[in-house]
Design a protein around this ligand. Structure first.
Ligand code: PHE
Length: 353
């Protein structure tokens, strides 16, 4: 293309002006984030950026002017690149120090605890019965003879008292550590008229030698339902619902006759072994069944003892050990692990809710 001297002069003049403007602009550049920086890089240094456009124009600069303009252009390009690099470094440093330091943080990372497996299982049991309309009731661990034994139909010399080796708090008194949470049921019955539908979770104490399968304390959830025309069929249905929710829809239950002073008739409930599905394995001693709880219809004497008219009302009760249910769910072989608080054990339940 033929360019007239005047025009040539104007073009170079414009170009130098533009370069100077860009140099001033680049000097002032700031970026508060990565995206903003990238936008700047594209604006000035990409293939279609401001500098690339000037490079295109540079091709039509007359040979005698090329040296001076070329130098200016190179200077601009280097300055732009240097500025972008400088801003990039600034952003990176900011992120690792400066503005981003949270001075309220502790020097060491928090070690977040996990829920105890017994809490997880206890809560699950309560949730399942909660869905059937049961409310949680709690009571004291230090109890008296009336609430733990006498109100519940244990005669003073009844051999059933021997079933539970009791810790007495003070010799010669009737103050003791509760051996079951049935005491909470007595307390609720004494204060409330039916309908009553409660579950009582809590720690209980029995004087047993500590081994892999027994401890001097453990945890229970007991349930009580009192109303008009409550039958054994209602009990069975509630327990079947519980077993299926807890151990899976395919779980079967079996009730065997048993004895408790406070229920009549009484039963013990087995579920189909959740390890072998009922086929028989070492865990269920090849029977296909594992025992999980005691239950029965509340003895009319108990209702009368607590001020509830046994001519009008009937009810059912059940009780289970949380450790036992947790063992079935997680196959914990040694009961003592539950109270040792070894984090290597507890951490294994991190993913459970
Ligand atoms: N209280 C009984 C125990 O601790 C369990 C149970 C509760 C049995 C309710 C029957 C009815 O072993």
């Amino acid at each position: 293309m033929l360019t007239l001297p005047d025009e040539k002069f104007k073009m170079i003049f414009d170009m130098i002006n533009k370069i100077n403007d860009l140099l001033a602009e680049i000097n002032q550049l700031k970026a508060t984030g990565k995206d903003e920086l990238e936008a700047l890089r594209i604006k000035y240094l990409s293939k279609k950026g401001e500098i690339a456009l000037l490079m295109n124009d540079f091709r039509s600069v007359a040979a005698e002017q090329k040296r001076e303009t070329g130098q200016k252009l190179n200077e601009l390009k280097e300055k732009a690149q240097a500025k972008i690099n400088e801003l990039k470094e600034l952003l990176e440093n900011q992120r690792s120090s400066g503005d981003f330091v949270d001075l309220t943080r502790t020097a060491y990372p928090y070690s977040v605890g996990t829920r105890h497996p017994l809490s997880i299982v206890g809560k699950e049991i309560c949730d399942i019965f909660g869905r059937l309309g049961f409310n949680i009731a709690e009571g004291p661990e230090i109890e008296d003879d009336w609430h733990v034994f006498s109100s519940l139909n244990f005669a003073p010399d009844h051999p059933a008292r021997d079933m539970q080796d009791t810790f007495f708090v003070a010799y010669g008194t009737d103050i003791l550590l509760r051996t079951h949470t049935s005491s909470v049921q007595t307390r609720v019955m004494e204060k409330t008229q039916p309908p009553i539908r409660i579950i009582c979770p809590g720690r209980v104490y029995r004087n047993e030698a500590i081994s892999y399968r027994a401890h001097c304390f453990f945890h229970q959830v007991e349930g009580l339902y009192i109303g008009k025309n409550v039958s054994f069929a209602d009990l069975k249905q509630a327990l079947l619902f519980f077993a299926k929710e807890m151990f899976g829809a395919g779980t079967k239950i079996r009730l065997r006759p048993s004895f408790f002073p406070f229920t009549e008739p009484s039963a013990e409930m087995d579920i189909s072994c959740n390890l072998c599905g009922g086929k028989g394995c070492p865990f269920c001693k090849h029977t296909g069944w594992v025992e999980i709880l005691g239950c029965g219809m509340v003895d009319p004497n108990v209702l009368d003892n607590c001020g509830i008219d046994s001519q009008i009302y009937s009810g059912y009760a059940f009780g289970m050990g949380i450790e036992r249910i947790a063992n079935l769910k997680y196959q914990v072989k040694d009961l003592r692990l539950f109270s040792e608080n070894d984090v290597r054990f507890l951490r294994q339940f991190e993913s459970a809710t």
